[in-house]
Design a protein. Structure first.
Length: 191
């Protein structure tokens, strides 16, 4: 295997991780204690719906990273862009390090908590879990922040291993983002 395949696959995985981080940043920018009154008085149902959509999407997007490297459909094997696929390629190229392996195990541990919510609430509407109101996908704030740190470090180390370098995606602000929306809402509130 040459490194061009893993570079292409890893770029796509890293872009997916950037979207995950951007969505987290958007959620935490909007839905913090400081903005609660503003969002509630502006459009409480709308912002409640947006919060729920972002939470569901978080579960879906993180769970995708934890899927198997391949899926068999009829007689065809399809590759999934996942951490497991990247790890398999790293192994084949002798680029896997103990630190990358450790970080990916941390990612899988976090993902194992979310995947049942994806499978039984989002991808399928499992009757037992709905009727009995079984909580799925719960994590602590510390686990969430550790996942964000691990995903950044995993991407940086893999990027270095495949000659693409690190890419800090902890910050995602840009023109037209949630901060700009909050500025407009605050101006309307103060007018």
């Amino acid at each position: 295997m040459d490194t061009s395949k893993i570079q292409v696959d890893f770029k796509l995985i890293r872009e997916h991780c950037i979207v995950i981080r951007r969505d987290f940043n958007t959620y935490t920018t909007l839905f913090n204690n400081e903005n609660h009154e503003l969002l509630t008085t502006t459009a409480s149902t709308f912002f409640s719906d947006i919060a729920e959509i972002l939470q569901r999407d978080w579960i879906l997007q993180v769970s995708k990273l934890m899927d198997p490297a391949q899926t068999q459909r009829k007689k065809k094997i399809l590759e999934n862009l996942t951490v497991k696929l990247i790890n398999e390629q790293l192994d084949e190229l002798n680029l896997m390090t103990p630190k990358i392996n450790s970080l990916s195990q941390n990612l899988f541990t976090y993902g194992k908590k979310l995947t049942p919510a994806r499978n039984k609430r989002l991808a399928h509407y499992d009757r037992e879990h709905q009727v009995n109101d079984i909580v799925l996908g719960a994590t602590t704030e510390n686990e969430l922040h550790q996942f964000l740190s691990d995903i950044q470090e995993y991407c940086d180390l893999v990027g270095e291993a495949v000659d693409l370098g690190p890419s800090d995606f902890t910050s995602s602000g840009c023109a037209g983002d949630a901060l700009d929306l909050l500025k407009v809402l605050n101006r309307g509130k103060n007018a």
